[in-house]
Ligand binder design. Structure first.
Ligand code: COA
Length: 402
């Protein structure tokens, strides 16, 4: 299924589950990282769902793995500005449908062929096509500025911060175990929707298929490093897998929610974005964004009842956690005191992207959904979420239970 297909199904489900009159949705803000070349504004395609008004505004945002977060904060800002009252935000990604491109030479030959005058010219161009021209170009999960892949960055960060392989594998195991519990007891299951799978639409997918209920520390220990085969520690087991998925959240102004009779789950208390040199420690953005979001909220880590951190790699989460207690990182973010030590019993309590998967453009709203629902369930007051993203960027948001 394409990202557009996934996004449409997810937004339609949200409208239905919230018993919302589709005509009330004033805008769709949606994120995606690898857009369709044919339909680059995924938000508009999603907004053309039959139950929404054709006058619904729709725009697509991109901030790498924090794209759904960007969609959510853009939507929240529009509400705060008073431009809109009801917005759906989220994102979708279909990593099994990435566009495969022709090489530049092949593209030039194809364009020349289409413009050729007469069969002789066409034959001459067709005759110039060599087998190597057919080699496709697929989008890489690599930094355009440095050429380093995410996995290589995680590997580098693990080495700089001395994160042992065993700790990474234990963290990955924890992710799968907690996600399996959340699926069994229905908390995670309640956040997903069954999807009938093409081409025949006869079978429905009712569970996230990344969660490995039967994985063990022995199996994880046995996997070979992928990004530095000789000296590395990052494996397929302690990385988030490439995943398809979509997510959506409903945002309203407090006043409109009251008028429509909706009880809000939570308020956005604050948020922040940060960035660092992608050639340095690519996935440390959350360490710079979290203290700013906490300061803007007027709160500290100690006030947080739950913390959700996107798990791009176990190594990245463990590096971020170390960054939170580091004076140097605090100083880089403009603070004297570090964020502090995260209480692991409050962290990713239903697992994270390592187990559940990471459809780039969708992850942010998936994490916010889990954080909000669990905060409500536990009767907590505040929750912190963080997401690292390509380009050395990071996001943090503090939410408050309504
Ligand atoms: C790491 C990565 C390259 C692995 O890709 P892959 O090789 O296609 O992964 P697979 O799922 O096939 O796993 C490889 C093997 O490990 C095994 N494996 C993976 N996770 C496991 C687990 N938790 N327990 C046991 N075995 C596991 C698989 O069964 C498979 O075994 P097989 O070869 O015997 O079939 C890919 O997932 C990746 O690029 N991830 C990072 C994505 C990324 O950069 N995201 C951006 C972050 S912001």
């Amino acid at each position: 299924m394409t990202a557009i297909d996934l996004g449409k199904r997810c937004v339609a489900e949200l409208v239905q589950r919230t018993n919302l009159d589709g005509d009330l949705v004033e805008a769709i803000v949606y994120g995606t990282v690898v857009p369709s070349v044919i339909a680059p504004n995924i938000a508009r395609e999603v907004s053309l769902l039959p139950m929404l008004s054709k006058g619904c505004q729709a725009y697509t945002v991109s901030r790498a793995c924090a794209s759904a977060n960007q969609a959510i904060t853009d939507a929240a800002d529009q509400i705060v500005l008073g431009h809109h009252d009801v917005i759906i935000a989220g994102g979708a990604e279909s990593l099994s449908n990435v566009p495969i491109l022709h090489s530049r030479t092949m593209s030039e030959k194809l364009v020349a062929f289409s413009r050729a005058k007469g069969a002789t010219q066409q034959l001459r161009i067709a005759g110039s096509i060599r087998p190597r021209d057919f080699v496709p170009i697929t989008p890489a999960i690599a930094e355009p500025s440095t050429g380093e892949t995410m996995g290589q960055s995680a590997e580098k960060m693990a080495k700089i911060n001395h994160i042992p392989r065993e700790e990474q594998d234990q963290f990955a195991l924890r992710s799968h175990r907690l996600a399996a519990v959340g699926t069994d007891d229905g908390r995670l299951t309640a956040e997903i929707m069954p999807v009938y799978v093409p081409p025949r639409y006869e079978t429905a997918l009712t569970k996230d298929n990344g969660i490995r209920v039967d994985t063990s520390i022995e199996q994880l220990r046995g996997l070979k490093p992928v990004f530095d085969r000789r000296y590395g520690s990052v494996t397929a087991g302690n990385s988030s897998p490439l995943t398809d998925g979509a997510s959506a959240v409903l945002l309203m102004s407090e006043e409109r929610a009251a008028v429509l009779g909706y009880t809000p789950l939570a308020f956005i208390r604050s948020y922040a974005y940060a960035a660092l040199d992608p050639g340095e420690q690519l996935l440390m953005g959350p360490v710079l964004a979290a203290p700013v979001a906490l300061k803007r909220a007027g709160l500290t880590l100690g006030d947080m009842d739950l913390i959700e951190m996107h798990e791009a790699f176990a190594a990245q989460v463990l590096c971020n956690l170390e960054g939170f207690v580091s004076r140097e990182w605090a100083a880089r973010a403009g603070f004297v005191t570090p964020v502090g030590e995260v209480d692991r019993s409050k962290l990713n309590v239903m697992g994270g992207s390592i187990a559940i998967g990471h459809p780039f453009g969708a992850t942010g709203a998936r994490i916010l959904t889990t954080l909000t629902n669990e905060l409500v369930r536990r009767g907590g007051e505040f929750g912190l979420m963080t997401v690292c993203a390509a380009g050395g960027m990071g996001h943090a948001m503090v939410i408050e239970r309504a």
